[in-house]
Design a protein around this ligand. Sequence first.
Ligand code: BEZ
Ligand code: FE
Length: 285
Amino acid sequence: MKDIDEVSITQAVLAANRSGNPRLVKIMESLVKHLHEFAREVELTEEEWHQGIRFLTETGQMCDDKRQEFILLSDTLGLSTLVTALNNRKPPGCTEATVFGPFYVEDSPVVENGGDIANGARGIPCFVSGTVRGLGGEPVAGAEVAVWQSDDEGFYDVQRAGLDHLQGRGRVRTDATGAFHFRSILAVPYPIPYDGPVGRMLQALERHPWRPAHLHFKIEAESYERLITHIFRSDGPYLDSDAVFGVRSTLVSNWTSHPAGIAPDGSELDQPYYTLHHDFVLNRC
Ligand code: BEZ
Ligand code: FE
């Protein structure tokens, strides 16, 4: 294999790649073709190539078990939303999926219905209720509803250095009627972490890092497809300019504000609070 030029390089790489795994062959073939075509299309300079390598190196160096800079890169390039869309085609009537994000934690606290998932996270009280049903309207009993959210300063617990317990996340189960409810705090808009290479990329592209206020849900039940989604606040900014392109209009919900008084759980609150009710519909496997 000699005298490879700017055209024949693509075929040369494809011919060199071999594997008994047909899926790997397909993915690498397409990746190499598109990567080469991209370089040809923009006439990539050597300086730009170096800059790209430096950017990816810094992105990797920024990653640890708490900071997922590559996920942020995928999110801000729209790749996460594209992959979510490709893998979550559902019949009309099902709750739509959206991006997972980097702040999910396995094995978050199990909370009884009515319990407080804020667990010390600061914010305006918010009482969340909902149901989980199948497309035929049947209640899904025993579904695990995992929830996670930021505090009133826009930080997830995993972003708080020195915090020794989980906050603003938990798992409840639906009852026999498919219903669940819990206490938490009001979701607020927040910027995705922007003190790294992805933040510099956003700045260079004149983009802001903000996400509209939302609550994350992961709902799992036997015989139904897993649902990973958010519910967004209809009364906040950035619904039309989410930094990670995750908003679906069917996921925007009204969060109702209430004056101080008796809360849905019967407690007396001396400050205003919010309520949110949302009904989720799962697709059968
Ligand atoms: C989130 O909503 O938690 C999130 C999603 C994408 C990037 C950063 C954060
Ligand atoms: Fe989030």
